[in-house]
Design a protein. Structure first.
Length: 371
């Protein structure tokens, strides 16, 4: 943690997610909370507030409250996986709280999500699509369909393709299986994979390994195929959280030839003809912008992408394990013209909305600041 000592001035907006490179809000004063920094200028304020409230708040919460009092924002913006925005709204009900959906809500977690958010209060909840308000209908808020706020900042670019396939890494770390629920255990045999053959017993790693083996086989059959991997360790938000050496060790074990670049995942996607992912939120974000994305959803018993009612396979998804079918879909996407792809994709715009440059969020902000 970095220690600082400085007085903070007034800002109209308090961003609780440090995403300076992700959210565009023009012509408004914004303060981005740095979670890796402690400002000891407010040390005595924190201790005093902690004591007079007789332990009602943790020191971390008191620190957040002290910063809020210094900044005096009219609007707080936070993401759905964080609790800080909701906590500040309870203490300062007059502030406008805008929550944006961070990750996709899979059907296997609907009940947990309902419980988690049913007593939460915010003024606006910015969601991926029209299905979320139906899931969280008991929540006290105004739902606004905006798509992914982080995704909306950047539009798709036309760049000469360098790679045939890009695989989105979901690697986090090498460790024993932590997702230990019965739904995973009961369906392991369906993946036809020997889980004892490697050091990758974590469920997401096991699924990635299976997909990588299939891609590796395709690449051997099509020797001119160039495969790139968008490494998790290259992402800004994963810095110091994902080991680059461990991640490369993992991929080297399952694919014989691949390329990686020290660039962000979206820039690498621009250089690739098609993108393959399992459950990555990035895959859906890229799809919303018109990229060719193939969802290899063979583990749909755990995380099921709702591309269509009871649909086992489609133009950009496959929920089975027959490699021949998987390879055929890859071939079809590589041959498909952009015109045909965009025409077909219009049927699936309900998966994630795309709002270029976050125009909807900007309108909400300016409307609230004028009040």
């Amino acid at each position: 943690m970095k220690i600082t000592f400085r007085k903070i001035e007034h800002f109209n907006i308090l961003m609780l997610d440090n995403v300076k490179d992700k959210i565009i809000l023009e012509n408004v004063s914004q303060y981005f909370l740095n979670k890796n920094e402690i400002n000891i200028f407010y040390f005595f304020h924190i201790i005093y507030f902690f004591i007079i409230n007789l332990g009602k708040f943790t020191l971390r919460e008191c620190y957040l409250i002290a910063l809020f009092n210094a900044i005096r924002p009219k609007i707080i913006i936070d993401h759905s996986h964080n609790e800080s925005g909701f906590k500040l709204k309870k203490v300062f009900p007059e502030v406008v709280l805008v929550i944006y959906q961070l990750g996709y809500f899979f059907s296997n977690s609907y009940e947990e999500i309902k419980v988690r958010y049913q007593n939460k209060v915010c003024d606006y909840f910015l969601v991926f699509n029209h299905s979320v308000p139906k899931i969280l209908k008991k929540m006290k808020t105004k739902f606004v369909v905006t798509g992914s706020i982080r995704n909306n900042k950047r539009s798709k670019e036309k760049i000469k393709k360098k790679y045939d396939i890009m695989f989105i890494s979901e690697f986090r770390k090498i460790d024993p299986l932590t997702d230990n629920t019965s739904v995973f255990k009961d369906n392991f045999k369906r993946l036809h994979f020997d889980y004892n053959e490697s050091f990758t017993k974590r469920f997401t790693n096991v699924c990635s390994a299976y997909a990588l083996k299939a891609i590796n086989e395709y690449q051997k059959n099509k020797r001119n195929t160039k495969v790139s991997i968008a490494l998790s360790s290259n992402r800004i938000e994963k810095k110091n959280k994902v080991s680059s050496s461990d991640e490369r060790l993992f991929y080297n074990a399952f694919i014989s030839r691949y390329y990686s670049e020290k660039i962000d995942s979206e820039s690498l996607a621009e250089k690739s003809k098609i993108i393959i992912c399992l459950t990555s939120n990035l895959g859906l974000e890229l799809l919303s912008k018109g990229h060719k994305v193939l969802f290899f959803n063979f583990h749909s018993f755990a995380y099921n992408w709702p591309f269509g009612k009871n649909t086992y396979q489609g133009p950009f998804w496959y929920k089975g394990q027959e490699k021949k079918v998987f390879f055929k879909i890859i071939e079809n996407l590589l041959r498909m013209s952009d015109k045909r792809w965009h025409s077909m994709l219009k049927k699936y715009q309900n998966l994630m909305y795309y709002d270029a440059k976050n125009s909807i969020l900007n309108k909400i902000v300016f409307k609230e600041l004028k009040k």
